[in-house]
Design a protein around this ligand. Structure first.
Ligand code: 8YV
Length: 311
């Protein structure tokens, strides 16, 4: 007899295939009648696999009285109601470390693409504009200060790369980190005042909602650029759109949005914005490694071993 699990959201297809092979899976994100699917297995389910676009809320947790573990596909687990889980002593695991370098790579790619207008250059060539004259010059990243919001694993990996690009580094977060040689600012407005380029790399969720607001954007100023590889919720999106439209900021590189996969038309219309479809960890290698952690955490749960990556 296979063990049974609920899968609340889509994830790397080979990981899903492996879960299907190992367990009887109930895919809540594909169910026509979610309530009926939940009710039919509620008294047997001890484990759930979740993901960013299909998390698990408190109401769903409450309907699973035997639940013991939520194995989340992703380092960020803002779509999992961790407080509701904790209150029920349900463990939550995520997928840290295995995606750090990959996400930092895309963060730098997006920073350079935004400031040096790489996609715009590509369009310039494709549209035959080069035949009529050179493309306009861009800003430089050389010697600029990169302000990093969130000096966790990913923020630090970005800082390492940024140093190789001759960027000065400063950071903001809830705590000064004793082992980091960079300038620390507790206040995001103060960080933005010091920075030319702002990199958002902190966790999402209520604690950081709209952390990058109008005051932060204005402290960065009209020559400043923002890159976000964290969560759309960290930036006050209407405030960013307004600042871009009014040239109170120079440009933005965005991998994440408030209401994915819907991207505001205003961003799409602006030439100084570089857009990505939430792909910072989206390589075969990294998604496979993330999936393996989900698989290994579930296996540990069913074997009665300690979980590998509890949050
Ligand atoms: C998502 C991410 O997990 O790890 C994270 O926090 O943002 C991504 O890697 C991805 O959208 C898959 O759900």
């Amino acid at each position: 007899m296979k063990q049974e699990i609920i899968v609340t959201g889509p994830m790397y297809p080979p990981t899903l295939a492996k879960l299907d092979e190992t367990y009887t899976t109930y895919k809540l994100f594909k169910a026509e009648d979610r309530a009926a699917m939940l009710a039919s297995v509620a008294d047997r389910i001890t484990a759930v696999a979740s993901s960013n676009s299909g998390g698990i809320d408190g109401a769903t947790i409450a309907k699973l009285p035997r639940l013991k573990v939520i194995a989340h596909f992703g380092v960020g687990y803002d779509t999992v109601d961790v407080n509701a889980a904790k209150a029920r002593k349900v463990a939550v695991t995520n997928t840290p470390d295995v995606l750090t370098e990959e996400v930092a790579d895309l963060a730098m790619a997006l920073l350079l693409a935004t400031v040096r207008r790489v996609p715009q250059g590509d369009r310039y060539v494709r549209e035959g504009k080069w035949l009529k004259g050179s493309m306009a010059l861009t800003e430089s990243v050389q010697g600029k200060t990169l302000g990093i919001i969130g000096a966790g694993r990913i923020g630090r990996a970005i800082a390492k790369r940024a140093a190789a690009f001759n960027l000065k580094i400063a950071y903001q977060g809830p705590n000064k980190k004793a082992d980091l040689p960079y300038a620390y600012f507790a206040d995001p407005v103060a960080l933005a005042g010091e920075a030319d380029l702002l990199m958002v790399a902190c966790p999402g969720g209520e604690a950081t909602r709209n952390l990058v607001n109008r005051a932060v954007i204005d402290a960065l100023g009209p020559k400043g650029f923002i890159v976000n590889i964290a969560r759309g919720s960290v930036i006050d999106e209407p405030a960013l759109i307004e600042a871009l439209q009014q040239n109170r900021i120079a440009g933005a590189g965005l991998d994440v949005f408030a209401d994915e996969p819907r991207v505001p038309e205003a961003f799409i219309a602006m030439e100084n914005v570089v857009l990505q479809p939430h792909v910072a960890s989206a390589t075969h290698q990294t998604r496979a490694a993330m999936g393996q952690l989900v698989i290994d955490n579930l296996a540990a749960h069913f074997a009665g071993r300690p979980l590998l990556t509890p949050v």
